[in-house]
Design a protein around this ligand. Sequence first.
Ligand SMILES: Nc1ncnc2c1ncn2[C@@H]1O[C@H](COP(=O)(O)OP(=O)(O)OP(=O)(O)O)[C@@H](O)[C@H]1O
Ligand SMILES: [Mg+2]
Length: 303
Amino acid sequence: MARVISFINFKGGVGKTTCTVEIAVCLAAHHKKRVLLVDLDPQTNATFYLVDQPFWLDWVRERGSLKDLFTDYILQRQTFRLDRAIIPNVAPGGLAIEGLHLLPSHLSLITIDEQLAGVSGADRGIFGPQAILKAHLADFEDAYDFILCDCPPNFNLVTQNGFFASQAYLVPTLPDYLSTLGIDLIRRQASRFATGIRQTFPTVGAAYDEPRLLGIVLNRVRVLESGSPPRLPHVQQRAIQSLKNTLGADHLLFASYVTESVAVSDAPSGKLPVSISPDAKCRKSQEQFRRITDELLTRLQGG
Ligand SMILES: Nc1ncnc2c1ncn2[C@@H]1O[C@H](COP(=O)(O)OP(=O)(O)OP(=O)(O)O)[C@@H](O)[C@H]1O
Ligand SMILES: [Mg+2]
C-alpha cells in the first residue's frame, strides 16, 4: 500500500518543490520504487521541473489535471479520470525515469480554494471537501509505493486535501530565523486540523489518524569551507539551535541536509533534476538528496 507524504511549509521559497521532486526522482531512479508525485500548487513548479510547457499544455487539454479533479467535485459531476490525467514515466531532459509518474497541476487551480470553500460537503458523502483527493487516490494505493504531495505555501483547502490523504508530512525549511519561526505553527495547525476532522465527522472521523511529522529538512545550508573543520555561518548555527529548542526533540531534524548550490537552482530551467544529472557539478547535491531519501526511508520504517 502506498505511503502518502506531504511536503509542507506555510513559508514560500524554502525548497518544498525542490525536495519533493528530487526525493521522488531518488525513490524511482535509485530505489526502483513506484512513485506518484502530486503537484498541488497552482504555481505548477513541480510540474514544470519535470515536463516542458508545450507538452503540459497538450496533456492537460486532452486529459485534465489536478484542477479538474476538484472542478468535478464543485460541479457535482464525474468526468475526471485520474488514470488518464497521470503522466507516466516522466522524462525530464529526455531521460525517462521509469516508475516516476506525475499528476500535473494547473495555473487556474489558484481559484479552486475559493470555490471549494463555498461548497458544502455535507450532502456529498461522509467527508467534506478536504477528502476529495484521498477518495480519488484510494483506487491507486496498490499501484504505487509512494505518493508525494508538493503543497503550496499555505494551509488552504487544496493543501488540506494533500494533508488529509497523507500518513506523514515532511517540512523543508531554510536555516534562518524567520523560516524556523513557522515550524511550531505547522505542528499546531496539524493537530488543530485533526481535531477539526474528528469533531466535524464524529462517526468516521474518530478513526482519523493525524499525519506523523517525519522530520524537518534543512535546505540552502551554507558551509564555510575556509575553516577547519568546515562550519556553518553563525547566523545559521543560531537558527538551527533555536529550531531545536522549538522542536523540543533533536531527532526531528534530519541529520542530512541540502547545501546552497547553483546546480540545484539551475535544475528546473535545465529540466534535469540534479538526482539524475550526469553533470559532475551536480554530484554533491545528488549525494545530499540520496542521503535525505535514505533517511526518509529509515524514518518511515521506524513508525
Ligand atoms: N539548495 C538550493 N540551492 C540553491 N537554490 C535553491 C536550493 N533549493 C531551492 N533553491 C531555489 O530556491 C527557489 C525556491 O525553491 P522551491 O521552489 O523548491 O521552494 P518552495 O518552498 O517550493 O517555494 P513555493 O513556496 O513558492 O512553492 C527556487 O528557485 C529553487 O531553484
Ligand atoms: Mg513550491
